[in-house]
Write a protein that binds this ligand. Structure first.
Ligand SMILES: [Zn+2]
Ligand SMILES: [Zn+2]
Length: 484
């Protein structure tokens, strides 16, 4: 056996399937195939999507840093019931509707400094591969046709439940079973759905219809990663049934396990300790973070929580991340021109020495299942030390050595410490928040003329207010124009 990079790097990753950390070793030496379930494009992306994208971006960046070549595939689910309903409601075709949201997604993830995927397959453009996989599953006895639909026969796959750690017989207990007459067993799930009148459809041997959600990811992994899935990622909410079903489909198709070497699942985003959901009316769209010039601060905020833990988003938390980021950027700012007072104190270790220690601790943390909170903490420590060294007029060369370490380590996390945020909006943000709050008070007191004055004056300055049941949100008009 040859030693692989995985052994050399010392990277250990928590695998949701085994529920333990183990050394990472890819199937092919030096190459990592990574698949992360993407968005269903039926609505604007929110900060939960942004969080998950940042997490897997950092994992990918760290693998790149370790010297792996990474093929990163992330799909767009561009056909499902919600998409059809939303497109109909908007009076546009499904294609037009999804294209617009995919364009928004690309722009928003770019603003978050997320590296573009190697490939972004879309369900509707993968139909031949999906149909071929379903046909093979039918042939092998793992799927059956019923009234134009095709279902996966769950009890034909012995490993069902191994990812979510549930026994097949327990899956039925305690859940209200929706008995669909066309299924052999309530556990069976759809691979292909015959189209209802007026719905978009694609031809297949069974009916004109469309693929079920789970089969697209199995088919895309096969096609775009050649079935070599070292890392399969997604939110915790996808473990069951989505990823469980992907495993069943892909392993039944291949005739062997494993479908994916490592299953990585991120914790879910909460808003002030509550679930963020449409029904609670508390969804924060990703574009709001971006319009406020907070994209980089949001990345810092996300990385301050370990990816497997839930992230509790709060605006003060984002402010704190912004402050931390500002300190890192101050540390990176060039050393002032006056070098006459260079001091060295022999009894203290130099900032350059500290940089070496910080670098070692940073990598130790990242190698331990991507412990970004610890990695960031050591970065902040280095930032503070550099700022102190600058104030004390320490030796310029030592400060610059430490700065080089700072910029390199921050860059591994996708944080650009050399950039400045859009400071005009950034500086104004707390004041705009205050005006919005004052306006809400005025409206509550029925002082509508004064409230409207605030709205129209802000609009003149390019700030658009949007009233919704959960309160008033604001954004820059430039962003709105960009999205039109
Ligand atoms: Zn998926
Ligand atoms: Zn390939």
């Amino acid at each position: 056996m040859t030693a692989s990079r995985g052994d050399q790097s010392g990277l250990r990753i928590y695998d949701s399937l085994l529920r333990s950390k183990r050394p990472f070793q890819p199937i092919q030496d030096g190459h990592v195939g990574m698949y992360v379930c993407g968005v269903t494009v039926y609505d604007d992306a929110h900060i939960g999507h942004g969080m998950s994208s940042i997490i897997f971006d950092v994992i990918r960046r760290y693998l790149l840093h370790l010297g792996y070549q990474v093929t990163y595939a992330q799909n767009f689910t561009d056909i499902d019931d919600r998409i059809i309903a939303q497109a109909n409601a908007a009076g546009v075709s499904v294609d037009e509707f999804t294209e617009r949201l995919i364009t928004d997604w690309s722009r928003e993830t770019e603003a978050l400094n997320i590296l573009p995927a190697t490939v972004n397959p879309r369900a509707t453009r993968e139909i031949p591969g999906i149909v071929a996989m379903i046909a093979s599953l039918i042939e092998k006895g793992h799927a059956y046709v019923s009234a134009g639909d095709v279902y996966f026969r769950v009890r034909s796959f012995a490993g069902y439940g191994k990812l979510s750690h549930r026994a097949v017989d327990d899956l039925l207990a305690g859940t209200r079973v929706n008995v669909i007459e066309t299924k052999e067993d309530p556990l069976d799930f759809a691979l292909w759905k015959a189209a209802k009148p007026g719905e978009p459809s694609w031809p297949s041997p069974w009916s004109d219809g469309r693929p079920g959600w789970h089969i697209e990811c199995s088919a895309m992994c096969l096609r775009h990663l050649d079935g070599i899935v070292d890392i399969h990622g997604g939110g915790r909410d996808l473990i069951f049934p989505h990823h469980e079903n992907e495993i069943a489909q892909s392993e039944a198709f291949a005739g062997h396990a494993p479908y994916a070497r490592f299953w990585l699942h991120n914790g879910m985003l909460q808003l002030n300790g509550e679930k963020m959901s449409k029904s609670l009316g508390n969804i924060i769209p990703l574009r709001e973070i971006i319009a406020r010039g907070r994209a980089a601060a949001f990345r810092v905020q996300v990385l301050q929580t370990h990816y497997r833990s839930p992230l509790n988003f709060t605006w003060p938390g984002l402010d704190a991340a912004e402050t931390g980021l500002a300190r890192l950027r101050a540390a990176f700012a060039p050393v002032g021109g006056d070098t006459a007072l260079e001091n060295t104190s022999a009894d203290e270790r130099s900032v350059a020495e500290l940089a070496g220690e910080v670098s070692a601790r940073f990598h130790e943390a990242m190698l331990d299942d991507f412990d970004t909170p610890s990695a960031l903490a050591s970065l902040f420590e280095l930032g503070r030390a550099i700022n102190r060294a600058k104030a004390q007029r320490a030796v310029r060369a030592e400060i610059e050595t430490a700065q080089a370490t700072l910029v390199e380590l921050a860059g591994i996390l996708g944080i650009d410490v050399s950039a400045a945020e859009d400071s005009s909006v950034e500086d104004a943000a707390p004041f705009i928040d205050l005006l919005v709050q004052v306006r809400e008070e005025l409206r509550a007191d029925r002082q509508f003329a004064m409230a409207d004055l605030i709205r129209s004056n802000l609009l003149e300055k390019g700030i658009v207010l949007e009233d919704n049941p959960a309160g008033t949100a604001w954004k820059r008009r430039r962003d709105r124009a960009g999205r039109a």
